[in-house]
Design a protein around this ligand. Sequence first.
Ligand SMILES: [Zn+2]
Length: 314
Amino acid sequence: MLGIGIDIGATNTKLAVLDKAGRCFREERFHTGQSAGPAVFLGRLGGILKAFKSAYGKKLVSVGVGIAGDVDPEKGLLRFSPNLGWKRMEVSAPIKRMTGLRCFVENDANMAAWGAYVLELGRGPGNVLAITLGTGIGAGLILDGGLYHGATGSAGEAGHIKIVSGGRQCNCGGCGCLEAYCGSYALLREAKVRIPDIAAFVNKYSVPNREKLNTVCLTKAADSGNKTAANIWAEMGDSLGRGLADMLLLLNPDYVVLTGGVSRAARHFMPALRKVFRVQQLKTPFRTVKIKVSKNADLGVYGAALFGLEKAGK
Ligand SMILES: [Zn+2]
């Protein structure tokens, strides 16, 4: 029995075919190309799903989809995604039509949380807060061993918690949101303001074949002792720490799992984050919580496949 996982992010879409034990049989990825719109996107997705169907046939039993935005898991649709710019998009119905398989749709961070819970923590501790650090910030919650949706499926929209009154502009249209301080788009926006010669900076710190300003470049600069880059990461850690501190006071999780591309810069932002935790007045949830930075870049897509299999009862 195999499940297809799909992780639709603002930049890339990943697909994987997994069995229940988490073994991966096939992976694909493509540029989401959000500006071309949902119809073009679904066309490209359909091509890959068709190839999966012809390769694995009746072994496939389910599809799990994680998508970056506010999702209605009951109806299987995306209500709104600030970073994709898509609204009211049917997700499970077209995938069901294309594959003939049961399809379960969740917010992408929920799927990453499920992946973290099953693959990284072996379903051990019951209370897990998974934070996805990418273009935006998402959160997924495992409470008492189950994925927590909230009343409308919107639980864990942590990126839009307001951490600064009237603060920086967020992609959602609001101001002062956590992701307007910690999302990669916000970090790069700061870098462009503070670094006087961006071309020289990119030339010095980018990796081959990716000669542009991105968080990899910003991490490499901090590794090399660039003060501006180090300050941007430290400020990000402070902001993330303040946002997370509120979540820890509310939820008292056993584990916080940090995942997503930006988590690779953990060595640069964790000291500031831990400092925020140390100065809290209610000590217990901050002393007991274990923070894990996931090394698995595919928790979202793996979690989606495993969640689909779980929901299909396979
Ligand atoms: Zn926002």
